[in-house]
Write a protein that binds this ligand. Sequence first.
Ligand code: GLV
Length: 315
Amino acid sequence: MASLPKVLIYAAHSAPAYAEALRRLGSPAQLLVAQDPDEARRLAPQADVLFSWRFPQDAYALAHRLRWVQSMGAGVEDIVAAEELRRDVLVTRVVDQFGGMIAEYVFSELLARVRQHPQLRAQQAESRWQHIEVGTLEGSRIGVAGLGSIGREIVRKARAFDMQVSGLSRTGESDVEVDRLFGPEGWPDFVGDLDVLVLALPLTPDTREVVSEKVLAAMRPTSVLVNIGRGATVDQAALVHALQAGRLGGAILDVFREEPLPEQSPLWTLPGVIVTPHVSGPSIAGRVAGLFHENLSRFNAGKALRGLVDRRAGY
Ligand code: GLV
């Protein structure tokens, strides 16, 4: 019988939790566990498979036996950018796990905003009974850029709130029903009449700062930008200017060009801006390990892997 593949599990804090989950599942592999870059470099030469999050870029060069990298997350921009990673190494990412939680993040923040939650909580704190106007999501226009498994779930939930839904995808096609559909050439028209723009885009050479000064200028001054994908898909300096100049109604931001968001960033304190520390779609060790376990069986049997990344497209 062929020997079991050596799987190097790497994640700064949670590698042992992933290892434990794989042991419970009885995964057919020899597990190596690393939690810091030095351990990763030491163990990299033994690894046939990497199951990792933010693996140190220089350590790919040491992994000469490597045949497959399974990311613990959805975004793989650091892996596809790793020049040391041989072209024949397969890369897979997590699919179909984050949409539900990320959609909950988007709509909890949008509802809080439109239903005036901060104002109502402030009144309650002062025992003050005062009628205020509240709005509704019903009938308002939302656009979702990126119609992968996360974007599609946001579209599905937007429909449940009876919103008018537009979508934009790289191919100009969609597996989910939207009222208006745009391709990458259609950004200005896509954003032009939206109340809410949600970015669910991977970071690739094509999407880097795709929400440019020009795209921001095409948005309505009352509209809200929500980013749950990657910070660098937005020209962040242009976003700050647009918000400061009142050319945008607000922003709900879970991702940033630089993370952690530097303390001196004006985004922390700009009115109408919600900043959260990249929490909208956490990787849950048990669930992600389940996907890896399934993929490992496929890998051992020479079958097609789930979530296979097109390294040229970048996701
Ligand atoms: C988190 O950002 C992920 O890519 O899974």
